[in-house]
Design a protein around this ligand. Structure first.
Ligand SMILES: NC(=O)c1ccc[n+]([C@@H]2O[C@H](COP(=O)([O-])OP(=O)(O)OC[C@H]3O[C@@H](n4cnc5c(N)ncnc54)[C@H](OP(=O)(O)O)[C@@H]3O)[C@@H](O)[C@H]2O)c1
Length: 313
């Protein structure tokens, strides 16, 4: 990809989008186009079409989406499916019509079947029932991935999908109800430290295994693919590093500097026992992650205590 290429990063204030912008800037890209949600609501087809016709980006990274945890998905399923379908449809179609050369669509590992064999290969998509708790979100993402494939096939539009595993890092959401596992745990350990609690209770037995990828590694993988991958379809981007919830909690205690105990409440649900993606396609292209989970957590905690996550909110 030419360093002067005009690259539009949709969702540049989110965790993934902001990491991609940092990575592009570090990589010497000079023409990065961004719009905030209020400047350009991507669910508005007319505004999006006008924006693309005016700006004509060569490359588009679609990291804007309505994302949320189990509660948000359960209570706002209608919004999740409508807004994500609209954002994707508007951006993918307008990018193609305005002459973009390449589009990277951010998928999610939650769109793979609930009982997919581990590690999950790309071919597992649509081979079994989905997890019910985030069905509207997952179905929208599957539609986005399918739209990329269909536009590639019918119109020769070079759109492809990146499937990240669980992402954590700088820019994460620490909201008590909407955060993912790492940010939620970091917040609770930090509060326990500041408020001198004698213990932190973690839900479940601690045995589930999770693959985690640092947002800066995911961004690096995305830019690597834009630079080195010319194909379509979808590619898993994971770190290959798995950690149990128990190990994560103990590591978090160390990173945060909490001196109390960690207890596991086995009466609470554990969730999926293991979730890891098969990274072989990406590794075969020569990409490797840079951050271990511990290094990523330390970087994230430094950013958290700097207060940036509050000022940027
Ligand atoms: N986080 C993960 O663990 C994870 C894992 C797998 C895949 N992904 C995928 O990666 C992508 C980015 O995720 P993320 O974690 O970076 O999410 P995020 O932090 O919530 O960022 C999403 C961004 O999209 C923007 N946005 C939402 N609705 C919009 C709209 N209608 N118009 C314009 N902008 C809109 C948001 O702006 P406002 O905040 O102003 O609304 C925000 O900047 C998503 O597609 C997600 O599915 C994330």
């Amino acid at each position: 990809m030419n360093k002067n290429a005009r690259i539009y990063v949709a969702g540049h204030r989110g965790m993934v989008g902001s990491a991609i912008v940092r990575r592009l800037v570090d990589g010497g890209y000079t023409d990065i186009l961004t719009r905030t949600h209020s400047e350009l609501p991507l669910d508005d087809a007319d505004l999006v079409a006008r924006f693309f016709a005016d700006e004509r980006p060569e490359c588009v990274v679609l990291a804007a989406a309505r994302v949320g945890g189990i509660v948000a998905n359960a209570t706002q399923g209608g919004d999740f499916i409508r807004e994500n379908l609209q954002i994707q449809t508007n951006v993918i179609d307008s990018a193609y019509r305005s002459g973009a050369q390449r589009l990277l669509f951010l998928g999610s590992s939650c769109i793979y079947p609930k009982f997919a064999e581990q590690p999950i290969v790309e071919e597992a998509l649509l081979t079994g029932p989905l997890e019910e708790t985030n069905l509207p979100y997952a179905v929208a993402k599957i539609a986005g991935k399918t739209m990329c494939d269909a536009y590639a096939q019918q119109f020769g539009f070079k759109a492809f999908t990146v499937m990240p595993s669980n992402v954590f890092g700088v820019g994460d959401n620490f909201h008590p109800e909407h955060s993912h596992v790492v940010a939620g745990m970091m917040r609770r350990f930090h509060e326990a430290k500041v408020e001198s609690h004698d213990k932190v209770v973690v839900w479940g037995t601690g045995s589930p295994m999770r693959e985690l990828i640092d947002a800066d590694d995911l961004a690096d993988g995305c830019v690597f693919l834009l630079e080195n991958y010319d194909g379509g379809g979808m590619i898993n981007v994971g770190s290959g590093e798995e950690i149990s919830i128990r190990e994560l909690a103990l590591l978090m205690k160390t990173v945060v500097g909490f001196e109390g105990d960690v207890e596991f409440d086995a009466s609470r649900p554990d969730g999926t026992p293991r979730k890891i993606m098969d990274n072989s396609k990406l590794l075969a292209l020569g990409w490797r992650p840079k951050f271990t989970i511990e290094a990523g957590l330390r970087k994230m905690y430094e950013w958290f205590v700097s207060g940036e996550h509050i000022r940027g909110a």
